[in-house]
Design a protein around this ligand. Sequence first.
Ligand SMILES: [Zn+2]
Length: 312
Amino acid sequence: MMDRLELQKLRDLPIEGVAERLGLQVTRHKALCPFHDDHHASLSFSVHRNTYRCFVCGASGGPIDLVMKYLNKGFRDACRWLSLSPDPSPSREGCAGATKSPLYLEGDRGRLSFDASRYERFFERPWLNDEARKFLFDERRLDPRVVRWCRLTSWKDKQGVPWLQIPYYDREGKLIGLQNRNLIKGALPRFRFPQGAECSIYNLPVLNLLKSGETLWITEGCSDCWAMLSAGHKAIAIPSATLLKRKDAEQLSIINCQLSIKFAMYPDSDVPGERLFLQLREVLPMLEHHQLPVGCKDFSDYYTTQRVRPFV
Ligand SMILES: [Zn+2]
């Protein structure tokens, strides 16, 4: 059971932070009310009183009430949900005193404006809605362990659109970016990035698991990376793009110098895929080329259509 002090801590969690963690978009202390069909941001937050109130439907309360009502949870479950996320105060360990990873490239201006502390909490206790489960497990056939490792989570925006939320970590496990993927097929925008989130190389924490001489697979985009991991291999992803960014190339080159590992890749079955392979090979001269079977456009396609499990 939770004692008074702990409860008070939950009641003191900043109301707007809790709202954002639930997926509400807060602008100037207002948000679209999720409790009625709102088009005018009727939900107001009082930072002073740490409460919310809707002037149309009358919904009101504090952080715990908001979680109870929004997630349709009882008091105790709502408290548990709130307490399983760390206190968002900036003095938290891992932020202030963290030593910089040699793999963390300094001078990444894009990253400076990404406020990771606003988002870290989302991934502490990942939660997958039905759309996310369908996408990850039915369509992509991913291994649940991979989904947990990657801390994929999901949420719905105020229009009810389901999103998969994909965190990017550095090698120390510090959140450095995130990407939202629309879970409605064909819907636009397909991806959304919070302000300042710059998603470069994905799944850097896997580098800590590599043994000397082991192979690191390089994939293009998160989906291929999840498929590669689900096939039992260690993989990182570079952003899906026609050109390899200099910053990413530099980071790969540093990885190559620091770790005595092998690199391999299944380039996408098209001209840009092969071009990317050649660019990567300039940075990683020993990069092995693997050929996808005819008819597979990328590794994810190969993995899901699974004529055969490629590696077991
Ligand atoms: Zn309302």
